[in-house]
Ligand binder design. Structure first.
Ligand SMILES: Cc1cc2nc3c(=O)[nH]c(=O)nc-3n(C[C@H](O)[C@H](O)[C@H](O)COP(=O)(O)OP(=O)(O)OC[C@H]3O[C@@H](n4cnc5c(N)ncnc54)[C@H](O)[C@@H]3O)c2cc1C
Length: 232
């Protein structure tokens, strides 16, 4: 059984995602993007998304981890999860957001956030093929913690049966990216003599915290120690 995640070769995917009625930027269009490279960069820079889906008439936005290939976003959860049970039949909007800093302008009105974000639309598919399910779970695990799939015990048949895996095509998406200083540096408020600029936000991994239940002599594997104190 192959465990490589099924991946659409990047050269068969369009470099620019088609603009749809849903993904057409209307406000601050200059920050908008439909470039696949921007989508890939936002997805590769994180592992947490917010899955928005309407369940029994009520919108639910569920934070969940994901794994991305060039053409597919995978997320998983308990087979009993209400959001996952609903979403194979329902349209979803998945967002991924990275905050890079606070934009502190002279006026409160011009304050903002430097960020990179993606919104992906579609109807996810419940993955039932055992080979794709295992491959998708591997992609998800490796996306979050590279090296961990080969280190930890793999899911048993029973554990696989208790897990739902959803696959969402990365075919309809929009990105928005803001960088740089506040916008009021050349306006009348520049005369106020107030400090303005950006307060950057950076995330770092910390030191590993061993499980107190660990038996003596079990050291952390290098794929984890290599990440200690590194930028996220
Ligand atoms: C951390 C953070 C904080 C923010 N804070 C604020 C705030 O306080 N007030 C505020 O007005 N806006 C804020 N934004 C921007 C916000 O996400 C929207 O872009 C903005 O509100 C415009 O929304 P809209 O529905 O009018 O956009 P429209 O231009 O009408 O949206 C049209 C389409 O563009 C796409 N789109 C819009 N926004 C995004 C996005 N962020 N990422 C990817 N695709 C997008 C979607 O596909 C959407 O359907 C923030 C963004 C981030 C990431």
């Amino acid at each position: 059984m192959t465990e490589q995640a099924p991946n659409v070769p990047p050269d068969v995917l369009p470099e620019v995602l088609p603009e749809t009625e849903r993904t057409r930027h209307r406000r601050l269009r200059e920050q908008g993007s439909h470039s696949r490279a921007d989508l890939d960069a936002v997805l590769q820079a994180g592992f947490l998304c917010h899955l928005g889906v309407v369940v029994d008439g009520t919108p639910m936005v569920v934070p969940t981890v994901y794994g991305a290939t060039a053409g597919t976003l995978y997320f998983h959860g308990s087979v009993a999860s209400r959001s996952l049970v609903a979403s194979p039949q329902a349209p979803v909007c998945v967002t991924v957001t990275h905050v890079d800093g606070l934009v502190l302008a002279r006026s409160v009105f011009e304050h903002g956030v430097n960020y990179r974000s993606a919104m992906v639309y579609g109807v996810p598919r419940l993955v039932t093929d055992p080979e794709e399910k295992l491959a998708g779970l591997r992609r998800l695990t490796e996306h979050v913690t590279p090296g961990q799939w080969d280190y930890a015990r793999r899911p048993s048949r029973k554990e696989l049966a208790a897990t739902s895996l959803l696959a969402l095509d990365l075919a309809e998406a929009s990105m928005k990216i803001r960088t740089g200083p506040p916008d009021d540096g050349d306006g009348p408020d520049a005369e106020l003599g107030l400090w303005a600029g950006v307060l950057p936000l950076r995330q770092h991994w910390g030191a590993l915290e061993p499980d107190p239940a660990l038996a003596d002599g079990i050291g952390a594997p290098s794929h984890l120690t290599d990440r200690e104190h590194r930028p996220f």
